[in-house]
Design a protein around this ligand. Structure first.
Ligand SMILES: [Zn+2]
Length: 208
């Protein structure tokens, strides 16, 4: 297992979360969000393609599903519907990976952990769909379990467990924060692709 798993305080209306954590970092979540005018123009967003590539010091718009950015005021940000995510931080670096089942099968979490330049101080898994709402059989479930390991309920996938397990195998040993909430169950807070089917998104980023 990775280090301790810590559940963050409940979010406000609209899934809004701005949680200060050790290391001088703030974790931010906005549910069902139009992503203009967030973060004072400091958010760096990728063109997410459900792959395994990590962009190093991206300017924004690169085709990749993970990034590593020096701590200089810019913030790694992800557009998420039901997919999981992993954010990392250390003294000089911030990192993020978009980790749905395709990304996990492409080892995006392992690639982020392995290429992160310093020992991460702590990590954050953003809100995602949980096993209560993620019935998945057959090839998808097999691919993710082969790529990640972890314990998953029969006929379902636990994306948080998959992210933790793949990160741990890649060497992550720090404390991990998460919201403990399911995008599928919490229609009041988050967009869910499986439930809503539209192109809205939840935006998650870290600053500091
Ligand atoms: Zn659920």
């Amino acid at each position: 297992m990775t280090g301790r798993i810590s559940t963050l305080p409940p979010p406000g209306p609209g899934g809004r979360l701005d949680a200060s954590v050790p290391g001088g970092v703030v974790l931010h979540v906005r549910g069902r969000c139009a992503f203009r005018n967030l973060g004072g123009g400091r958010l760096v967003m990728l063109r997410q393609v459900h792959g395994g590539r990590i962009a190093f010091e991206p300017g924004g718009g690169e085709e990749a599903d993970g990034m590593i950015i020096r701590r200089n005021g810019r913030c790694p940000a992800l557009k998420l519907a039901d997919c999981a995510s992993l954010f990392l931080w250390s003294r000089n670096w911030l990192g993020a990976a978009h980790a749905g089942w395709r990304g996990l099968a492409a080892s995006v979490v392992a690639n982020l952990v392995a290429s992160f330049p310093e020992e991460p101080e702590a990590a954050f898994i953003g809100p995602c769909i949980l096993p209560c709402c993620y019935e998945t059989g057959g090839d998808v479930r097999t691919l993710v379990i082969e790529a990640c390991g972890g314990n998953h309920p029969p006929g379902r996938l636990d994306l948080v467990e998959a992210v933790r397990s793949q990160a741990e195998k890649a060497g992550l040993a720090c404390e991990v924060y998460w919201t403990g909430l399911c995008t599928g169950c919490r229609e009041d807070l988050y967009h869910s692709y499986r439930r809503d089917g539209t192109t809205a998104r939840n935006i998650v980023w870290i600053s500091g």
